[in-house]
Design a protein around this ligand. Structure first.
Ligand SMILES: *Cc1c(COP(=O)(O)O)cnc(C)c1O
Length: 310
């Protein structure tokens, strides 16, 4: 073999090096409220896909990272709140794959304050944090705001808030495909709706997807339209049989109620599985309420997607 004498460009990052655990495990659990109604409960353990990019964050980021690598882009800029799982996952991906990362954080009042644990983790992974006020944050997809960010940070690929774009929905379709034939209803907690958009598209005909928003929305819920638009962008048309169950937000994003806390503690004690509280606990609490209301016929199977870790 001759020696390579020219300077080779850096090889594009290879996501296989991250060794994701795919397909994610599917576990049946014996849970009393479900068993009493003759309904099987399965947990789709997306939380086990990767220690640093768990759950839907892996599924949504992976196609975006591949596209960035293929285009020769080496910097990623994305958006999130001070506790965003998506910011943490993007920062981890940057460290593991050699992308520069910039996190635009909602709330300029945070700029002078000590970083919370989530943002400290992002910074430790090399993410440059940039705090902007709430008014600018709301306009973050507008040309002048992006132009100002380019002036400051140079070239970058934009990944939207929550990582939900057409590529992300396509990545999450694989979640649906992994669940074909396994359940009658597949339920997932929703933030920006990208996971539900893809999941519903990947399921087989006859399977239903159920989204449980953790944010309080109006009527109709803003997510209804967002999911439809993401499906159009990703697949050309609305896909699959899906609907939203909007009763289980427990007051809104990152809010809780004594009932939700008690439910999550009891579930963790019953199954030795601590639940991520912002999304996963609300999902399982909602499903438990639904099964007690008789929403699922006896003999049917419900799969709950465990999208993240506590
Ligand atoms: C981000 C996140 C979600 C929400 O996913 P969307 O695609 O934004 O709806 C659900 N669960 C967990 C644990 C998350 O981190």
């Amino acid at each position: 073999m001759g020696r390579v004498t020219r300077t080779a460009p850096d090889p594009p990052p290879d996501l296989r090096a991250l060794r994701p655990r795919l397909p994610s495990p599917l576990q049946e659990i014996e849970d009393e409220p479900f068993a009493r109604r003759g309904v099987r409960l399965l947990l789709k353990r997306d939380d086990l896909i990767h220690p640093d990019l768990p759950g839907n964050k892996w599924r949504k980021l992976a196609p975006n990272l591949r596209a960035a690598a293929a285009a020769g882009e080496r910097a990623l800029l994305t958006f999130g709140g001070a506790y965003s799982n998506h910011l943490r996952a993007t920062a981890a991906a940057g460290r593991l794959l050699g992308f520069a990362t910039i996190g635009v954080v909602r709330g300029d009042e945070l700029a002078g304050a000590p970083l919370n644990r989530s943002l400290a983790r992002c910074a430790a992974d090399g993410m440059r944090l940039h705090f902007i006020d709430r008014a600018a944050y709301r306009r973050k997809t507008e040309a002048d705001v992006l132009a100002a960010l380019h002036d400051r940070f140079g070239a970058f690929r934009v990944i939207p808030e929550g990582g939900s774009n057409a590529l992300a929905a396509q990545g999450c379709a694989e979640l649906g495909r992994e669940l074909r034939g396994a359940a009658d209803t597949v339920a997932v907690a929703c933030g920006t709706g990208g996971t539900l958009a893809g999941l519903a598209a990947g399921l087989a005909p006859g399977q239903r997807a159920l989204g449980v928003p953790v944010l309080k929305g109006g009527t109709p819920h803003f997510l209804q339209k967002t999911v439809e638009e993401l499906q159009r962008a990703a697949f050309g048309a609305p896909r699959g049989d899906w609907r939203l169950e909007t009763r289980f937000h427990c007051g809104g994003y990152a809010r809780s109620t004594p009932q939700l806390d008690a439910f999550a503690d009891a579930f963790a004690a019953r199954h030795g599985l601590p639940l991520e509280r912002v999304y996963v606990a609300k999902l399982l609490h909602g499903l438990t309420t639904l099964v007690e209301e008789g929403a699922f016929p006896p003999g049917s199977t419900v799969a709950a997607v465990v999208t993240g870790t506590p």
